[in-house]
Design a protein around this ligand. Sequence first.
Ligand code: ZN
Length: 487
Amino acid sequence: MAKPFKVPRNRQEMMDWINSIPLYRDEHDKDPSFKSREEIREMQNANLVKQMERLAKQSPFYREKFKEWGIDPASIRTVDDLEKVPPTSKADYMKDRGESFRLEIDPSRIMEYIIYEITYTTGTTTGLPSRFYNTTYDMFMQSWVFHIGCKICYLEPDDFVMNIFPYHFIPHIGYYKTVHFASAIGMSMCWGYTGAPLPGFPRTIHRSMQKAIDDIERKKVNALSGIGSYIRRLIIAAEEQGRDFSRINKIQALGEAVPKGMRDDMRRRLQNMGAGEVYISNAFGFTECQTAFQECCELGGAHTGTPDLFFIEAVDESGKRKPDGEPGLLCITHLDRRGTSLLRYLVGDIVAVTNEQCPFCGRNDTRIVTTVGSTYGTRTSELMKVKGTLINPEIMRDAVANTPGVVEYQFVITKERPDDPYSMDVLILKVGADEGVDRAALEGELKEKVKRAVELTPKVEFVPFSEIFNPGQTLKAVRVVDQRPKG
Ligand SMILES: [Zn+2]
């Protein structure tokens, strides 16, 4: 059974926690995130040289590109040389659904190249998801990545986690990575196993949110890993039922931004159900790194953890690197991979990165830091023009998500007259509010906050929660819907 957990408040308490866990204590000297910045650079450069050799020999996509760009791959010797390499786009990747990014097998090291797992990137333009290949080497390396990642966010071998990601017809990376991180450190795990039914299979294959609530209480689960908005709805339902969730002390709220107000709300509700301290981590995960970058303290930045494996930059469209702390396009380079291997790949998020030592934990790995409110990244595809103003929906979301009394919310951008595409844009904010909240006061507060955030005043409409997000039907809440005619 899980031990009581106190969230470390400073570096000394964090080190005491690390030293209390034999797995982490015994391999601490090998943890790359605690190496000096110079040592990290040396490891990155050494790995990059070998990875460039692999790309030159074994990557169908980059082999061609090096010719086209007139770049000798052997001339890229350090991570600073990477600025000479033009970025690779998602469009490049989707052209053949990622196939040409998979390294060809090196016959002298066949075991490293066995395809062990395929994950998918969602939301492609063709409708077909693109493949992302992990070989045996990549999978074994991921076990190490998960040792480091779990250590950053205070997950430990004695924890009992419920994997509450849906069992979906497109394999969800969160579902599988939760299996892998739990197994890598020897954690116990059970499953919510919710998800949308597939025609032809009995509905009883999947279980309900209600069953998950029962199991969390009955099996004495202490950690949850799932999509942020889903976990929150589960907590709200459990609170309404007066459940005993006193053991919950760690939450991996993933798959979307989980701003501070949302975390505080989840924590308050858990504490109403008997919980003590609860650490809620909103790690920043994406398919291309096959992991989630973890927080050492809430909102303290998303640590890469293994900077010798991933080189992270924020860049402009031409690939020029932004200085530390300045927002740019998230650009990743794999430094030691065998399956799908990417070089200066634009993930599609706007982020700010820093290489400064983390003031909380003292790690020296690269971190993605918050630039907008309390969230790490904004999808580049999400920037939108409303009433002629370019807005970042993340700022708008952050303003509302941090408002007490708001349970669910959704922005809808539509036209004043739906049959007239040239009529004025209208911004509607649908709100599912807590019972007993003063709606007039809440409406005033929300209008003011959104206006301050994006200089647009929304029309506020109060609606039932399920009109915005029905956990039985969709994976996560959609927070911004653009209903304007396209084109
Ligand atoms: Zn830190």
